[in-house]
Design a protein around this ligand. Structure first.
Ligand SMILES: Nc1ncnc2c1ncn2[C@@H]1O[C@H](COP(=O)(O)OP(=O)(O)OP(=O)(O)O)[C@@H](O)[C@H]1O
Length: 297
């Protein structure tokens, strides 16, 4: 019988998972031969626990918000032998759990995990870190700070773009040198977004065709901040249409690219801003086996 480790951040979402912990434990014990529960005490603790214990388990369940899940995905993705991974959402946005179709109700998410539907998903890799949803520089690093990312409806999207429009005034162009097999770019840009999964800075379906199993990134280069460029992005992502290239917008798909910027840019990687350019990005196809909900984006 399989073994499971549950790693939970007891402070995530103001502690909202804590009341469910006993039920979660009991239900896991009905299914799994061994159940090991670890409550994190500080940032980095979940990753340490994975590094020490992943070889002893078949499944790791991460319970918490996106910060916790980011940490666990990064620790797991760096291992040669990776246990399966599942998510119980416990934060506010929970973009990772949404990307793999989990319910936002933790106990229903637990049911989904116990059903055990598995999929292999692509993971993005950069020089320093792994990501499931997106990697970005420029405008996105400022815009994503202004979004209430659990708003997935039309009004939420509009507020996102209004926030973007406000931020645009402060956009600082940088020199971008991007190389890939499909497309090269050498010139001024205000934003680059590389999408692996469906959520970009809290927005669902930013790249309408993108999914976690196609072995490809969607790359968007925004050269300037004219209104037509924004309209192009707005129309494509809200109407879930094909991208139409406008003078200031370049969109293509690739599995590998390098980027260098002047001045150096802060990187937003799945919402975490730890590193700076230059970097090399690569899709790791089917790198993680995840227990998913009824749909996978
Ligand atoms: N016991 C703890 N006390 C404080 N921080 C912790 C603890 N355990 C983990 N952390 C760290 O807290 C950070 C934020 O956690 P997480 O994203 O899970 O919760 P959250 O911030 O409440 O969620 P959200 O951002 O969706 O509102 C993560 O980087 C994680 O590593």
């Amino acid at each position: 019988m399989a073994r499971v480790i549950l790693i939970m951040n007891p402070s995530a979402g103001g502690g909202k998972l804590n009341d469910n912990l006993n039920v979660i434990r009991e239900r896991l014990e009905e299914i799994y031969a061994t159940v090991d529960i670890h409550l994190t005490s500080k940032p980095g603790d979940g990753a340490d626990y994975i590094n020490k214990n992943a070889h002893k388990t078949d499944v790791v369940i991460g319970a918490g918000g996106d910060g916790t899940i980011y940490e666990l995905i990064n620790a797991l993705s760096a291992l040669d032998k990776r246990p399966k991974f599942a998510i119980i959402p416990g934060g506010t946005a929970n973009d990772f759990s949404r990307a793999v179709g989990m319910s936002q109700n933790p106990l229903i998410a637990l049911d989904q995990i116990l059903e055990g539907k598995e999929e292999q998903v692509d993971v993005g890799h950069s020089a320093h870190q792994y990501f499931l949803n997106f990697w970005g520089i420029g405008l996105i690093t400022q815009v994503s700070e202004n979004i209430e990312s659990n708003k997935k409806d039309i009004l939420g999207k509009l507020s996102y773009y209004m926030s973007a429009a406000q931020t645009v005034k402060e956009a600082k162009p940088f020199h971008l040198k991007l190389d890939s097999k499909e497309q090269d770019f050498d010139g001024k840009a205000v934003m680059v977004i590389v999408g692996n999964g469906p959520f970009t800075g809290g927005l669902q379906a930013f790249f309408p065709k993108n999914n976690l199993q196609d072995g490809l990134f969607d790359v968007l280069i925004l050269k300037g901040t004219s209104l037509p460029a924004f309209w192009s992005i707005l129309r494509s992502s809200m109407a879930k249409e094909e991208w139409f290239n406008e003078e200031e917008v370049i969109h293509f798909q690739t599995s590998e690219l390098t980027l260098d910027c002047d001045p150096v840019q802060v990187i937003d990687c799945d919402g975490e801003k730890y590193y700076r350019t230059p970097t090399k990005l690569k899709v790791l196809p089917e790198h993680l086996t995840m227990i998913v909900g009824e749909y996978l984006h």
